[in-house]
Design a protein around this ligand. Structure first.
Ligand code: LLP
Length: 411
């Protein structure tokens, strides 16, 4: 969805240079069609198998994005009351919401119960006890999947790998049958599912299949023991190709492989993709402010910084950086922002277009975990967000103002 035409970079049918001129920079731009297509690839690949694709809100929680996916029939994977609030604002159906996360508060549980969400992915027995109490106070039943930790190595960055024994997530799969047995005694809990998530940015999906295999074995064991397990939730989606040398397997191929492992148990399947839906659909537009040479290095100083896109410094992640207007010549440089930290970079030692002050750049694959992880560090207002649909585009979030920076503060 991001291609050059006559030397100009387009998002769908809209010239990005025009958006940068009109909205200013830094600015996130998303392709609506790219998100919808990726969502449909997941949804359609399941075919007749009962399923629900629950988009992981944390990847990009802008309400226009959520509304777009809600209209497609998406469910949502949330990890906080705030994310539930956003989903409801965007018109998402609570009955298609699953609530993940190791540290849900009693207030968040009550909010989600009152809204009638599909289920809670619970991660510990102490969480189950609190949920049982909260549901009892509201005279409601909480539908629960226990999130099991299958002890499978996702082979990804250590910060976003979650399925090993030394991670904080889930309940050890070997202990799960005993926990299900004890939890069946809790009056306001109905154990309806099993869930698992082994990590994010996974390019080789073999570990996800391995985890699914272990989860399905557990489902069969639980069903035999008399638990009415009606759904499994297999967690996040595929990784994406941030580098041109990387190859992300097609979504349809991944889901087909997954299907063959889950069809036998007669349960509804849920998946919670975030990155593969929103990531490739977004770019961060930024303007070159200065060029500077140190004795050792060439720097391209831009107006976007680590507060706008923290992925390069937090996960050493690679994002391609393209000029909005094709430029002759290349340079090897660090692309850095205005924040007062050496860790404030968008790329290091990057061979890229030889751009000059005033030129605009697009930082690619920034639609997931970009804006949603942005902060106001260095008192920088967060960027605007724009959604493109064919030849149309619209600001879906205004750039923050200086007044926004001090809202709610008292002296
Ligand atoms: N479900 C659960 C329970 C999760 O923890 C996550 C991601 C997802 C689904 C979505 O996974 P995805 O389809 O996006 O791979 N900020 C990091 C990524 C953190 C992922 C956290 N959990 C980054 O920028 O790479």
């Amino acid at each position: 969805m991001f291609d050059y035409k006559d030397g100009k970079l387009f998002c769908e049918e809209v010239e990005l240079d025009g958006i940068a001129q009109q909205c200013g920079t830094p600015c996130y731009v998303y392709s609506a069609n790219s998100m919808v297509e990726a969502y449909r690839q997941y949804d359609q690949a399941f075919g007749e198998l009962p399923h629900q694709v629950c988009y992981a809100v944390k990847a990009n929680s802008s309400t226009a994005v959520l509304a777009l996916l809600a209209r497609e029939g998406a469910g949502f994977d949330i990890v906080s009351g705030g994310e539930l609030f956003r989903v409801l604002k965007a018109g998402g159906e609570p009955c298609k919401v699953v609530f993940s996360g190791v540290g849900k508060t009693a207030e968040e549980m009550a909010y989600a119960l009152r809204q009638g969400i599909h289920s809670f992915n619970c991660e510990s027995e102490s969480e189950l006890l609190v949920l049982n109490t909260v549901a009892g106070q509201l005279d409601l039943k909480a539908h629960v999947s226990l999130r099991v930790n299958p002890d499978v190595d996702a082979v990804t960055h250590p910060y976003i790998s979650t399925g090993l024994k030394d991670h904080k997530f889930g309940i050890d799969i070997a202990e799960a049958p005993a926990v299900y047995l004890r939890a069946a005694e809790l009056e306001n809990i109905e154990l309806t599912g099993v869930s698992c998530h082994i990590g994010s940015q996974i390019l080789d999906y073999a570990p996800i299949l391995e985890a699914a295999e272990r989860v399905m074995n557990l489902v069969e064991e639980l069903q035999l023991a008399g638990h009415a397990i009606s759904h499994v939730d297999l967690g996040g989606g595929l990784g994406i190709a941030y580098k041109s040398a990387d190859a992300a397997p097609p979504i349809a191929e991944f889901i087909a492989a997954l299907r063959s492992r889950i069809e036998r148990a007669g349960v509804t399947v849920m998946v919670e993709p975030g990155r593969s839906i929103a990531g490739p659909a977004g770019v961060l537009l930024t303007k070159v402010l200065y060029r500077k040479q140190s004795p050792k290095k060439e720097f391209i100083i831009v107006d976007a910084a680590m507060n706008d896109l923290i992925r390069p410094t937090l996960y050493q992640s690679h994002h391609e950086i393209l000029p909005l207007l094709e430029t002759a010549g290349t340079v090897t440089a660090d692309v850095v922002g205005p924040v007062c930290e050496t860790g404030d970079f968008l790329a290091r030692n990057r061979e890229m277009a030889d751009v000059q002050p005033g030129d605009f750049l697009a930082v690619k694959d920034a639609g997931a975990y970009g804006f949603s992880q942005a902060s106001n560090y260095n008192a920088r207002p967060r960027p605007a967000e724009v959604l493109v649909f064919g030849q149309y585009w619209r600001v879906i979030r205004e750039r923050e103002t200086l007044e926004d920076l001090v809202r709610g503060e008292l002296i």
